[in-house]
Design a protein around this ligand. Structure first.
Ligand code: SF4
Length: 295
């Protein structure tokens, strides 16, 4: 039985430097709520981030945290999960970090299926560096680096994730923190890679995709009797954007074994669980020949 915790357990003393009204506040709140709801204590979770406004998030929580290089939260999160499968590992960063600089890690995770959760703060712009267009910016979006409008079409993370084999693909909105917390909780509970793409208004640099812009378009899949196990239906929903934007779990495949369950060398126990044995029995006979070979 799960014992719910007080979300205040995750509060940190760090001063928050996000702009007033930034959607990242809701994501921070929602992640704390989800962890508390699931009874996950701060020592049982690891939050990994990259570079960008949203990547400051782990610094604002009382939890194990790792702020890594631009675009690299996924490899660090995957490695941590391999080393200690008992940890609940969550990677979080913006659309530029996740889908641009870290785009290949995103795609490979979809097919690799490590048991980690990726929360993408998708504000369709680079906020920290003061407003350049990002992978998810709309074609024609005018920014400092696209004065004539972005030439490329926007990256669609939902369809890419489904096509690449992700087993949990979801979308939420920072303007609805309770719904967002519920989606994050489902993602954390999912055994395998889980994507939560969060529509996160950047109130300072994106004056197009505002809270109102989203409120006029978003709707909840769960209100329409939608079946997230239907991959064909998910593919259709992944392409809805202009008029209506679906929120909720677009696709969920149950029973696919996570990556770490299939790594033979981990079947005798995780590195963390074997630490004590290794300290007691460092097996120098295995290392000496290697040392000789490489020195
Ligand atoms: Fe948030 Fe945008 Fe301000 Fe960054 S620049 S803190 S994304 S509102």
């Amino acid at each position: 039985m799960v014992t719910r915790l007080d979300a205040k357990l995750f509060d940190a003393m760090t001063e928050i430097t996000w702009c007033a009204g930034c959607g990242d506040f809701a994501i921070l709140r929602a992640l704390k709520l989800a962890l508390a709801e699931l009874g996950i204590e701060p020592y049982q979770a690891l939050v990994v981030s990259g570079i960008g406004c949203g990547s400051k998030l782990p610094d604002y929580m009382h939890v194990n945290a790792y702020l890594t290089n631009h675009g690299r939260p996924i490899p660090v999160a995957t490695a941590a999960k391999l080393a200690n499968p008992d940890l609940h590992v969550i990677a979080t960063s913006g659309d530029g970090d996740s889908y641009g600089i870290g785009g290949n890690h995103f795609v490979q995770s979809c097919r690799r299926n490590p048991d980690i959760t990726q929360i993408v703060e998708n504000n369709q712009i680079y906020g920290l560096t003061k407003g350049q267009y990002s992978p998810t910016s709309e074609k024609g979006f005018v920014t400092t680096t696209s004065p004539d409008g972005a030439i490329e079409r926007a990256f669609n993370p939902m369809s890419v994730a489904i096509a690449a084999g992700a087993t949990f693909v979801s979308r939420a909105f920072a303007g609805e923190p309770k719904h967002l917390a519920g989606i994050i909780a489902q993602a954390i509970q999912h055994r395998g890679y889980a994507l939560v793409d969060v529509l996160q208004p950047c109130v300072t640099f994106n004056r197009t995709n505002t809270y109102d812009w989203y409120r006029q378009r978003v709707y909840h899949l769960e209100d329409e009797g939608y079946d997230p196990s239907d991959r064909e239906a998910a593919w259709q929903k992944a392409h809805e954007w202009e008029e209506r934007i679906p929120l909720g779990v677009l696709y969920r495949a149950e029973g696919m074994p996570p990556y770490e369950d299939q790594v033979k060398t981990l079947m005798g126990g995780s590195p963390v669980s074997r630490l004590e044995d290794l300290v007691k029995d460092p097996r120098p006979q295995q290392y000496e020949p290697l040392k000789e070979r490489f020195t």
